[in-house]
Write a protein that binds this ligand. Structure first.
Ligand SMILES: [Zn+2]
Length: 159
């Protein structure tokens, strides 16, 4: 299992080669989007958000947003440290908690919040390729994390 600093170093090291590979295979825009998502995924949306970690600290005053996630998911479980499932749950959790906060702000009189939710869903709906590239970058950074931890499919899941 790699340390937090080793995860950070490998994320910074692999973001550009990953972006370049996607740019060469697909196109420049996809490379830039997925490379940025890879970087953000490794440093802010890491599988280690399930514990007190460097990525969690990066959220600063917002790290409390991840408290329910941390309490619900044990460290290095299949729900955080697995291909696809881990990224899906982190993105879904972030979207859900953002929606709840925006709805709470709306109920307090901030009228633009429902518009923000609508704008975000329209943005995703009208940019499917770019949205997919974001998911590809996030998932690739999770795979790097899992490989550095030495367990894309830990044996203990199968016991
Ligand atoms: Zn980990």
């Amino acid at each position: 299992m790699a340390s937090g600093k080793e995860h950070d170093t490998s994320t910074r090291w692999w973001a550009a080669p990953f972006a370049l590979t996607i740019a060469l295979v697909i196109d420049l825009e996809s490379g830039l989007i997925s490379g940025t998502a890879f970087f953000i995924g490794g440093l802010w949306l890491s599988p280690d958000l399930d514990t007190k970690s460097i990525p969690l600290k990066r959220w600063g005053i917002l790290q409390g947003l991840w408290w329910p996630y941390r309490k619900a998911i044990s460290h290095r479980s299949i729900l955080s440290h697995s291909p696809v499932i881990g990224t899906f749950l982190r993105v879904a959790y972030l979207l859900a908690i953002t929606t709840v906060i925006l709805l709470l702000l709306h109920s307090l009189g901030f009228t633009d919040t429902k518009q923000t939710i609508r704008w975000l869903s329209e943005l995703i709906k009208h940019n499917p390729k770019q949205s997919l590239m974001v998911l590809v970058g996030l998932e690739a950074s999770a795979w790097l994390h899992l490989m550095k931890d030495g367990d894309p499919l830990p044996k203990r899941w199968w016991k």
